[in-house]
Design a protein around this ligand. Structure first.
Ligand code: C2O
Ligand code: CU
Length: 546
């Protein structure tokens, strides 16, 4: 296999993603980090050096399952010790499957600080994608705050909690205006400006593959290309039955490929827009230009940017994901049903006055010693021995704030039988405020899951499962739970390791919205010494030479 070797340094630099200068976390002096491209079956090797000087760092390769290399998953406190300032960690893994992915920091709020970039895997030599296109365009979407991540982090943990509010800007490929309107031509961009929109240049009468990934901290987005239809062909590295839409909903942690035909008037340019949905907001759309090659790139489109759909049109949002179907011949879930049935009630709670998010009333707090090492070496004191609950009380009213808002905090893990089939029902509920229920995009590490279905209200055993799609469910690694609804997932727990399963909204995860699955850890081989060089595993190996 081809080995791609990268030497990366992570450090802060001043940058103006939305024309206002702030510190950003950069890789080799670049924001966003470099776009990585490789072919399925290749090995990627990153020597990642931490140049942050006062904080640890890790990088997670979102959507790469890390089959056989759970220690390369890049999750602080789960798969490895954070890399200390000045130190270098070797991430080495196989990218086994073509698709659209991204990478990002997975320690504290580092993703929100700008530590992210695109990761694109092409089909192996001699193989073809199941659809045709002439060229590619890449859109990495993010949201951006002027409030420093340190203030964000402190505020989220404060008593009472100080919310980060809505983003100041949305960024496309790290660029977004803040106080001017491109559409009204009140922005005067000079070409070198860091916030100037990236121009996406196309030839007329061709088909382009638009790769769209969302690494937002909070925002769910709607993406549209004026005058052009989008044909969805890929979701999270899995092919889907193609379907056509005017606009695409994308939540944090999701990835899509869509095909567009450049069949419009080639003497014009067209807006590409991304706007916030799912939360009431005042954040303006991110805009960039689809530039037909014979037109001057600076020529503004003469039509308005596509409108963002109503922020609270959940029905429309849900009908988008319900159109996703696995492409013919995609792997199907084991029909025999699941060995394990875990229901996770998503609630907002209080713990000693702090605002938390909890699953079955337990809010996740990560331990000092990463689980992979502590479980592998049987250091059972490293985390909470209590096993978290598999369901919640029958009489819990998901439509109202809980009578008792208090939850507990724990580092306990769900132990999964290796190769077992696991069903997870994500049950949404009311938050602590009346008539409010939020969107949560749930992301699983180390595996893909089939999305078996969505429903309104409380999931009822023997009723909700009647309508599971076992015929052509899409395989994904991220799926949304809608306000007051449930989402049903199934996966085969076949990748030994310790894996996070969490809400991809950064502040929610920070407030405990996640669980940890451990399976087959005794089979894990080759954990690099540096992944273990903290907490109780460090003590254990103090006298061992690596
Ligand atoms: Cu992209 Cu655990 O996250
Ligand atoms: Cu959430």
């Amino acid at each position: 296999a081809t080995v791609h070797h990268f030497t990366w340094e992570v450090g802060y630099m001043f940058w103006a993603p939305n024309c206002i200068e702030n510190p950003v976390m950069a890789i080799n002096g670049r924001f966003p980090g470099p776009t990585i491209r490789a072919k399925a079956g290749d090995i990627i090797h990153f020597d990642l050096t931490n140049k942050l000087s006062t904080e640890g760092v890790v990088i997670h390769w979102h959507g790469i399952r890390q089959i056989g290399t759970p220690w390369a998953d890049g999750t602080a406190s789960i798969s490895q010790c954070a890399i200390s300032p000045g130190e270098t960690f070797p991430y080495r893994f196989v990218v086994d499957r073509p698709g659209t992915y991204f990478y990002h920091g997975h320690f504290g709020m580092q993703r929100s600080a700008g530590l992210y970039g695109s990761l694109i895997i092409d089909v192996a030599d001699g193989l073809k994608e199941p659809f045709h296109y002439n060229g590619e365009l890449n859109l990495l979407l993010s949201d951006w705050w002027h409030l420093s991540v340190h203030k964000q982090e402190l505020g989220l943990s404060a008593t009472p909690m100080r919310w980060i509010n809505e983003p100041n800007s949305l960024l496309i490929n790290g660029q977004g205006k803040s106080n001017c309107s491109i559409a009204a031509a009140t922005c005067n961009f000079t070409e070198l400006q860091q916030c100037a929109p990236e121009v996406l240049r196309v030839k007329p009468k061709q088909t382009y593959r638009l790769r769209i990934a969302s690494t937002t901290a909070l925002a769910s987005l709607s993406v549209a290309v004026a005058n052009h239809k989008l044909v969805v062909v890929e979701a999270d590295g899995n092919y889907v039955e193609p379907f056509e839409v005017d606009d695409l909903y994308i939540h944090s942690g999701e990835n899509y490929s869509v095909l567009i035909k450049t069949d419009q008037d080639p003497t014009k340019n067209y807006w590409i827009s991304a706007g916030v949905v799912g939360r009431k907001n005042k954040t303006s759309q991110a805009l960039t230009i689809l530039n037909y090659e014979s037109v001057h790139a600076g020529k503004l489109p003469d039509s308005r940017p596509p409108d963002t759909p109503l922020w609270n049109d959940t029905i429309r949002m849900r009908s988008f994901v319900e159109q996703l179907r696995g492409l013919n011949n995609s792997p199907l879930p084991p029909p025999a049903g699941a060995h394990r049935h875990i229901v996770l009630l998503n609630t907002q709670n209080l713990y000693r006055g702090q605002t938390k998010w909890a699953l079955n009333n337990v809010s996740l707090s990560l331990p000092a010693t990463p689980y992979l090492g502590s479980i592998r070496y049987s250091l059972i004191d490293a985390f909470d021995a209590n096993v978290p609950l598999e369901s919640f009380p029958n009489d819990y009213d998901i439509m109202a704030p809980a009578a008792n808002p208090n939850c507990t905090v724990s580092s306990g893990v769900y132990w999964l039988q290796i190769n077992s089939t696991v069903d997870v029902i994500l049950q949404n509920a009311n938050t602590m405020s009346a008539n409010t229920s939020e969107i949560h995009p749930w992301h699983l590490h180390g595996h893909d899951f089939w999305v078996l279905g969505y429903g309104d209200g409380k999931f009822v055993d023997g009723v909700g499962d009647k309508n599971f799609n076992l015929k052509d469910p899409p395989l994904r690694n991220t799926a949304v739970t809608f306000p007051y609804g449930w989402t049903a997932l199934r996966f085969v727990a076949d990748n030994p390791g310790v894996w996070a399963f969490h809400c991809h909204i950064k502040p929610h995860l920070h407030m405990g919205m996640g669980v940890v699955f451990a399976l087959g850890v005794e089979r894990v081989q080759g954990i690099p010494g540096q992944a273990l060089a903290c907490g109780l595993t460090a003590k254990l190996f103090m006298n061992t030479k690596f």
